[in-house]
Design a protein around this ligand. Structure first.
Ligand SMILES: [Zn+2]
Length: 268
């Protein structure tokens, strides 16, 4: 990836819009693909992943009509102004986004936020203000993590590799909007809210929102299945992950009532 050498491998995060480095995004149309490859930053709507505008060396190029009327556009343009160059923001200044709009969204899904929190013991998880590029996942998508977790993951993966064990990232940071989209699609397929909540944390309550958690897999193994516990990758993690700062969040019979997830690890 030539683009990554001289462009910021960071994802700037705002409530409604993410600011991606251009070199990591794909487009169906050739014209858009060329634009995205050249862009310093691409403004991407979190709700559905649509590209709104690209910041090019010659200026801002619209990618969607009326992009400037988008909710949250002011905040996104402020973030662009605050990080005009290619310098990485300081790790000590990651910060988190406010949670204020989340209750409204949970209400629209029919989730009683207080009841859910009391029943599961889970807490609301804020999104970080920016995320670090941590390589690619199994599906060749950019893997975004909190900068501390990104460093920890790369060191851990390399340590495993030296012992002949391949760890694959399945999924890292996910936004509240992304989790909301999972619920909306499952509801549209006719699943009841309670059924979805048995396998997916309610939007706002997933550790993936923090950028500190990631799902790990092994080559040739199906993603996010309990059978992962029988792999060499899992055996290695069980013995070595703690030394790299990672712990399993949802062991068997965890107090949150979440199904056993041998693939889900969190950086502390
Ligand atoms: Zn997970």
């Amino acid at each position: 990836m030539r683009a990554l050498r001289n462009r910021p491998a960071t994802l700037l995060n705002t409530a409604e819009i993410e600011l991606w480095p251009g070199g990591l995004l794909r487009a169906r149309a050739n014209r858009d693909a060329r634009l995205l490859a050249r862009a310093w930053r691409v403004l991407r709507r979190k709700r559905d992943g649509r590209y709104l505008a690209a910041m090019l060396p010659e200026g801002l190029m619209p990618l969607l009509p009326r992009w400037s009327d988008e909710p949250g556009i002011e905040e996104a343009l402020d973030a662009l102004d605050a990080h005009p160059g290619h310098r990485r923001p300081g790790v000590e200044r990651v910060g988190t986004l406010p949670l204020h709009r989340l209750h409204e969204r949970l209400g629209s899904l029919g989730v009683d936020a207080d009841g859910y929190a009391a029943r599961t013991g889970l807490e609301l998880v804020a999104e970080p203000g920016w995320l670090a590029f941590a390589g690619f996942d199994r599906y060749r998508r950019a893997l975004w993590l909190h900068p501390g977790a990104a460093g920890g993951w790369n060191r851990m993966r390399e340590a495993a590799r030296r012992e002949g064990v391949v760890l694959e990232a399945i999924s890292g940071y996910r936004s509240h909007d992304y989790q909301l989209g999972i619920f909306e699609r499952k509801r549209a397929r006719g699943l009841a809210l309670e059924e979805i909540l048995q396998v997916n944390a309610a939007p706002g309550y997933s550790e993936h929102h923090s950028g500190l958690a990631l799902d790990i897999g092994a080559p040739g193994e199906p993603p996010a299945e309990e059978s992962f516990e029988h792999t060499a990758a899992f055996a290695w993690l069980r013995d070595n992950a703690a030394a790299h700062g990672f712990g399993m969040s949802y062991p068997r019979d965890n107090p949150h009532g979440i199904v056993y997830e041998p693939w889900h690890w969190r950086f502390a």
